[in-house]
Design a protein around this ligand. Structure first.
Ligand code: HEM
Ligand SMILES: *[C@@H]1O[C@H](CO)[C@@H](O)[C@H](O)[C@H]1NC(C)=O
Ligand SMILES: *[C@@H]1O[C@H](CO)[C@@H](O)[C@H](O)[C@H]1NC(C)=O
Ligand SMILES: *[C@@H]1O[C@H](CO)[C@@H](O)[C@H](O)[C@H]1NC(C)=O
Ligand SMILES: *[C@@H]1O[C@H](CO)[C@@H](O)[C@H](O)[C@H]1NC(C)=O
Length: 340
């Protein structure tokens, strides 16, 4: 048993250590590496603040967790994880990435990012970047959906530009495996990253217009995609008739639509991937011996998938981190460059 005075002394020692650490780490004006403990001194409750906002949003929107991780992906693949996706358009100045085909009528969850930013600004003004909010929201969303946890690396700054053309060139659901590999390699992500990160299609929704080609006129053949399971094709044809509305929503993983699990890979094994880009990972001729064995491995072991997914999320979050304070800033409003 400690005496009260010795426990008081150790408390004081801990406080002293924390103070010294804060003095050392309290972000000087130099470019830094991303770190798990980046906000421990300046905004120690950041994770829980974001988590509370997400849980609240989820009460009226079960899809929000999926939508938020997709925003992080679309942010990171375009000039790095710098919050560029979040900027609204300003004529002649910012050509918003939100209008690019992969995002237009598709990327969602921006008001929840705003709510997280507002809550963080109330608790610790000017401290937590919008790019980091997306990284935190991704991990929290996966965790709350039954997936793995990981230590989110933090310390990104927000950029002051958007790249509409870059956003237009995001990986496409119509891409073949060669194109997917190329687009991932361009941001230094490998085939394990490609297969693991695609596993995020274990939750969330997808519009009919992205599958009608596979259902009715695959590669201009006027025939369905032969790699699409016949039962799943019949099911999707009901939901997505040839001349129906392209914006009707479907589950990316109909087996467990809102749960983060390995079922995405089980679906690929039986030709029930929704997007061409999904099924390519298993069924493309060039997938054999390359990405197909990775699909097989994740279908066999959810633990393997979760471990790889966590690592690949860290890899994706490390795409060209913007940490140079002469080039980035902590936005006050995620939609606008400060002072604009
Ligand atoms: C491999 C290349 C990828 C392609 C071609 C792709 C494509 C798509 C498409 C077309 C949609 C449906 C959009 C809509 O219907 O409006 C979608 C949804 C989604 N994607 Fe991907 N994606 C890819 C990788 C990723 C990655 C790396 C992540 C995250 C780590 C991700 C997470 C999601 C999620 C969670 C949804 C559902 C979003 C919602 O319900 O709002 N995707 N993706
Ligand atoms: C986004 O889609 C809407 C509705 O389809 C369209 O009116 C608008 O022009 C599109 N935005 C861009 C930048 O293409
Ligand atoms: C993949 O798609 C690209 C671009 O559409 C095309 O040039 C290439 O031939 C395709 N590769 C295969 C193996 O289908
Ligand atoms: C099928 O796709 C091809 C090539 O994209 C296109 O030329 C053709 O008009 C389409 N057929 C129908 C019936 O939509
Ligand atoms: C759907 O539209 C095509 C032309 O795009 C037309 O030829 C066909 O008859 C339509 N099918 C139905 C079921 O309405």
């Amino acid at each position: 048993m400690m005496t009260s005075s010795s426990s008081f002394r150790s408390l004081m020692a801990a406080a002293l250590v924390a103070t010294v650490l804060c003095l050392q780490l309290g972000g000087g004006a130099v470019a830094q590496q991303l770190r798990e403990d980046y906000y421990d001194c300046t905004c120690p409750d950041a994770y829980n603040i974001v988590k509370r906002v997400l849980i609240e949003a989820h009460k009226s929107d079960v899809r929000i967790y999926a939508s938020l991780i997709r925003l992080h992906f679309h942010d990171c693949f375009v000039q790095g994880c710098d919050g560029s996706l979040l900027l609204d358009g300003v004529p002649g100045v910012i050509n918003s990435e939100k209008g690019a085909p992969p995002n237009n009528g598709s990327a969602r969850g921006f008001p929840v990012v705003d709510a997280a930013k507002a809550a963080l600004e109330a608790a610790c003004p000017g401290i937590v970047s919008c790019a980091d909010i997306l990284a935190l929201a991704s991990e929290i969303s996966v965790d709350l959906s039954g997936g793995p946890k990981w230590g989110v690396l933090l310390g990104r700054l927000d950029g002051k530009t958007a790249d509409f053309n870059g956003a237009s060139n995001l990986p496409s659901p119509f891409d073949n495996l060669t194109m997917l590999e190329r687009k991932f390699k361009a941001v230094r992500l490998d085939n394990v990253d490609l297969v693991a990160l695609s596993g995020a299609h274990t939750f969330g929704r997808v519009q009919c217009r992205l599958v009608t080609g596979r259902l009715y006129n695959f590669s201009g053949t006027n025939r369905p995609d032969p790699t699409l399971d016949a039962g799943y094709r019949a099911f999707l044809s009901q939901r997505c008739p040839r001349n129906g509305s392209g914006s009707v929503l479907n589950d990316l993983d109909p087996t467990t639509p809102d749960t983060f699990d390995k079922n995405y890979y089980d679906n690929l094994e039986v030709n029930r991937g929704f997007l061409n880009s999904d099924q390519e990972l298993k069924s493309a001729p060039q997938a054999q011996g390359v990405t197909a064995p990775i699909v097989d491995r994740f279908a066999r072991s959810q633990d393997d998938f979760f471990a790889s997914f966590a690592q690949s999320m860290i890899n994706m979050g490390n795409i060209m981190p913007l940490t140079d304070p002469t080039k980035g800033e902590i936005r006050k409003n995620c939609r606008k460059v400060n002072g604009s």
